[in-house]
Design a protein around this ligand. Sequence first.
Ligand code: NAD
Ligand code: ZN
Length: 267
Amino acid sequence: MIESDKVVEASRIICSSNWMLGFTGAGVSAESGISTFRDLDGLWNRYPEGASGGIMGILRRHPETAHELFSGMLNSIRNATPNPGHHALSELERMGYLKSIITQNGDNLHQDAGSSKVLELHGNAFRFRCLECTRKKHFSRDGLFYLVDDILSKMDHFSIEWIIPRLPSCKCGEPMRPDVVGFGEPVHNLEKASEATSRCDLMLIMGTSGVVYPAAMFPVLAKRNGAKLIEINPKESALTSKCDLFLPGKTGEILPMIVENIKEMNR
Ligand code: NAD
Ligand code: ZN
């Protein structure tokens, strides 16, 4: 049970901030039914190779798991909708407190909840990008699952040669791949996220273990620039010791409490 004095303290710090930046990880979507990678029900426990090599690391060692792996990951986002934590963050943006969110998530739930200033570091599962030109294509939820269900129904193993001809085609004729960042690939929005980090005087860190780099450098940089750090997570993370305030608990429970508290303070 979260102590209410910590909620009051967090609300007070948020109200006195000039430029608050959010930093989110897989944990903010856990209450939407999407499993995190490292928690007990996380993917890395079922497939330990993933911790060092990502999805491609698992597929290289166990190509026969492709169907189970892809359908497991996709089924968890199939019916996912924003939870009260996502909604509270979009409300904090509308109230003028939250200027932007840097997210490691690719599930589109911040945007579905109405957040408009989202900087995705690791791409978006609903977007594909051409392997040849710069074109990108955003899929609706139904459109994405129509495509992947068709591919998965035929998938008995995984190889690059098998998957390429089954990917959607770009207008230029070349195949399009999911616009998600794999292990070892460059992250997106690095410059914009660095700029936002240097502007912020408060960073709200939520639902991340803080061990995936370069993403985890943003809280470190914010701290170095003099910003305050507040963290919300049921468990301490690699970033907790750097934080000015740690609220132990779920974002879906604590963030709505903070929003209510701020409204109360402004009444
Ligand atoms: P992680 O799995 O390493 O850590 C998740 C963190 O969330 C943990 O610290 C855990 O204690 C915390 N957590 C669990 N439930 C929570 C809740 N209800 N409220 C708040 N916190 C909660 O995730 P990460 O740090 O984001 O790094 C893993 C990588 O996995 C990222 O690169 C991300 O791109 C990717 N990923 C994304 C999704 C998604 O898009 N939803 C899902 C799984 C993994
Ligand atoms: Zn193209």
